[in-house]
Design a protein around this ligand. Structure first.
Ligand code: SAM
Length: 261
């Protein structure tokens, strides 16, 4: 997909920003973002202006902020889910399903699915599903393989890989650890549907405090580190070090400031 950026400048807003450097600020929006702004502008100019002003770090009133919040949670499934719990796997799961499978008519939701961030999260799942079997094969040569999926959400990545390659292979198992009971219940359903429940245990626990009976050959930490700052990432990695077998391997999604943005 083309990676083109457009320059956009609201003269009206530049005039209203009183004599400071904000006047010089020019926002860059992708084509998808511009399309969304156009639709929102047609429905509610205030919401459009709020988005632009926030993006440009211009001041906005509390009333407008509240109106915007209310508009988004009532007009978008993604926004409502994010407002309820920003770190929930409900959001990543929606992105994994993708626009092909989901029937989300809201232009805001359509934007989330089409956006670079949305597509990169789906691409991340594909990358994990591509890499994990290769790593499992390396460890399989030495014997049994135990995978720890930390902050697993439902654990669609491992479920898909097990279902595709290891449904009837003895000695390859996983433990999905998440503090979200509903995500684990969803994972149990997915595993059952894909006929791999006999290979996966689901543990409701904070993985920072988790004490497994057995250490892991492969640890997955996907969608966990991305929104955190460097020091917190280091703290988490230090805490989970004890969960690895000697020579164990970590498969983690990378940390990018752009993702948080
Ligand atoms: C963004 S989701 C990612 C889920 C999954 N790993 C994936 O790649 O799709 C983050 C998950 O981590 C879980 N989580 C965050 N901190 C946790 C902790 N300390 N212990 C257990 N689960 C945690 C959340 O409940 C959520 O399900």
């Amino acid at each position: 997909m083309a990676n083109r950026f457009h320059m956009w400048k609201s003269e009206k807003e530049n005039k209203s920003a009183k004599g400071n450097t904000r006047e010089e600020k020019t926002a860059k929006f992708t084509e998808d973002a511009l399309q969304l702004l156009e639709i929102l502008g047609g429905e509610n100019q205030k919401i459009k202006n709020f988005l632009i002003n926030s993006y440009k770090s211009l001041p906005v009133s509390l009333e407008t902020k509240e109106e915007f919040y209310n508009y988004f949670i009532t007009h978008s499934v993604f926004s409502a889910a994010t407002a309820a719990n920003p770190a929930s796997s409900v959001i990543t799961e929606l992105l994994y399903e993708g626009k092909e499978k989901l029937n989300l008519p809201s232009p805001i939701d359509q934007y989330f699915l089409r956006s670079k961030a949305g597509r990169s999260i789906k691409a991340r799942l594909n990358a994990v599903e591509e890499e994990l079997p290769k790593i499992i094969e390396e460890y399989r040569r030495k014997g049994k393989v135990l995978i720890g999926n930390l902050g697993s959400g439902p654990g669609r990545d491992v479920i898909n890989v097990f279902s595709a390659y290891y449904q009837n292979t003895p000695g390859i198992e996983a433990i999905h650890v998440d503090k979200d009971k509903l995500a684990l219940e969803r994972g149990k359903r997915m595993a059952k549907i894909k006929q791999v429940s006999h290979l996966i245990k689901f543990v409701e626990e904070n993985f920072l405090k988790y004490k497994p009976e057995e250490k892991f050959d492969i640890v997955l930490l996907i969608g966990m580190l991305c929104p955190l700052d460097f020091h917190l990432c280091v703290m988490i990695l230090k805490k989970i070090k004890r969960l690895f077998k000697k020579g164990g391997c970590l498969l983690a999604s990378n940390v990018s400031k752009k993702m948080l943005e």
